[in-house]
Design a binder for this molecule. Structure first.
Ligand code: NAD
Length: 427
């Protein structure tokens, strides 16, 4: 019966919400750590969820009202941190689930932040630039009492970008009466954004893939890699792995994949930003579908496009030895169990793409200290943060003999539980 329910959930990924997944993973990790049940129970619930109405005067004078959310999951280790998305599918439950993920991600990286996530239920493609600006400013005002450099620090996510963060920061600063760059991260560098923020998630994926290759005693020069998605995360990861000496044999975008068993010149293939959806126009030896790319017989597979691409439908056919999750949630819960049984190492998103939130932390430090770091310094600090987190997770994995995902959750959950034990429960 349980299998049937799981299969049904798998055939319709909509049924497995981000919140279901986050709770399941918490329960799984809680069994591996000596943690008080009360603490696990507290972590199943967000501390606060704000739901706000965001009215917008359209360019034609009509007024529409959108719904916005901000879920603040846990702040035992520091202010809440997480993205704001503008997307028609945003729901309260999704924000809560994604805010829990942010709590674990920040804890795995040992950052002094907790997890948050928010957004507006809107398709930003239906709005003009002026309308987007007005919507963002009004959202900032509705959230003003709940955010701030010491309370909750939003960042870009789906449908939002550096410009959105600049408007948010300006609206907040105007109302507070003081320029407050630390209220958001992912801003343009000219108003306190950090160099290297955009490349950071892809960079961390490459660093973690390199460490995983080394962990399994493989020679990076002899390693073949396939990357799904050639956007910010996928292209930065592919190019850096190429620079490290790996043989990137396949990359893809939404239209399909290009493949060359001798290796692609990843710096020559246009990224999503350089020329959107141009991967298939590149002159490569072979063209494949995205499904075929996922099943290529390579050493390392990096799904870096969207969630839920490795499911029970293809988990048995994944031929890579190591999967490094560049996207958030590319492997479903049930698919992860199949890969585990087959001995495929899956390095989880909360570690691999955590370079983004790590450089957001660097940005916040630069903002509150009013001192910008050079790109070299950002890269050096990111490298050492990633190596430290990799060391902590691989130590937990070796000690407990569990999957990489479980090991990452154990590291994160132990840190949060210790902080909660030490602070106690008030009153
Ligand atoms: P992006 O928009 O820059 O690039 C996405 C790429 O994936 C594009 O090449 C696009 O063509 C391709 N793509 C889209 N739909 C696809 C599909 N159905 N099949 C195959 N390819 C498809 O996005 P990004 O910023 O690189 O984000 C990619 C993933 O990484 C997302 O899951 C995102 O949540 C996650 N992520 C992003 C960041 C960040 O700061 N950029 C940080 C952590 C995680």
């Amino acid at each position: 019966m349980a299998t049937q329910v799981q299969d049904e959930q798998e055939t319709d990924p909509e049924d497995v919400t981000a919140l279901d997944n986050a709770r399941r993973q918490l329960e799984r990790a809680a069994k591996l750590v000596d943690v008080d049940e009360g603490i696990v129970e507290r972590l199943k619930h967000p501390t606060k969820v704000q739901r706000v109405a965001v009215p917008l005067k359209r360019d034609d004078g009509d007024v529409e009202v959108y719904t916005g959310y901000r879920s603040q999951h846990d702040d035992v280790r520091g202010p809440y941190k997480g993205g704001l998305r503008f997307h028609p599918d945003v729901t309260e439950d999704e924000c809560v689930g994604l805010s829990m993920w942010m709590t674990w991600k920040c804890a795995v990286m040992d950052l002094p932040f907790g997890g948050a996530k928010g957004g507006i239920v809107v398709n930003p493609k239906d709005l003009s630039t002026d309308e987007k600006e007005r919507l963002t400013r009004r959202f900032a005002e509705e959230l003003r009492d709940f955010v701030g450099p010491k309370k909750d620090i939003p960042a870009p996510d789906m449908g939002t970008d550096a410009q959105t963060m600049a408007w948010f920061m300006d609206a907040y600063s105007m109302q507070e009466g003081e320029t407050t760059p630390g209220v958001v991260t992912g801003k343009p560098p000219v108003i306190g954004g950090s160099y290297g923020r955009e490349e950071a998630p892809g960079r961390s994926v490459a660093i973690i893939a390199r460490e995983a290759i080394d962990y399994y005693d493989m020679d990076i020069e002899e390693t073949t890699v396939a990357v799904q998605g050639f956007g910010s995360v996928g292209a930065n990861a592919a190019r850096l792995l190429d620079d490290y000496g790996a043989n990137v044999v396949a990359v893809s975008d939404v239209n399909g994949a290009i493949y060359d068993p001798e290796g692609l010149d990843t710096h020559d293939v246009p990224t999503h930003e350089e020329e959107p959806e141009a991967v298939m126009k590149y002159d490569a030896q072979e063209k494949l579908s995205n499904e075929e790319l996922l099943e290529l017989d390579v050493d390392v597979l990096v799904p870096a496009a969207i969630g839920d691409v490795i499911t029970t439908a293809n988990a048995a056919d994944i031929a890579a030895d190591i999967v490094v999750e560049g996207a958030n949630g590319p492997t479903t819960f049930a698919a992860a169990e199949i890969l585990e049984d087959r001995g495929v190492a899956v390095i989880p998103d909360i570690l691999a793409n955590a370079g983004g939130v790590t450089v957001s932390y660097f940005e916040w430090l630069q903002d509150i200290n009013r001192r910008a770091w050079s790109l070299e310094r950002v890269y050096e600090e990111l490298e050492s943060s990633m190596l430290e987190a990799w060391g902590d997770v691989s130590e937990a994995r070796d000690e407990l003999d569990v999957t990489w995902r479980d090991a990452a959750y154990v590291v994160g959950l132990s840190r949060i539980a210790e902080a909660k034990e030490s602070r106690g429960l008030w009153p």
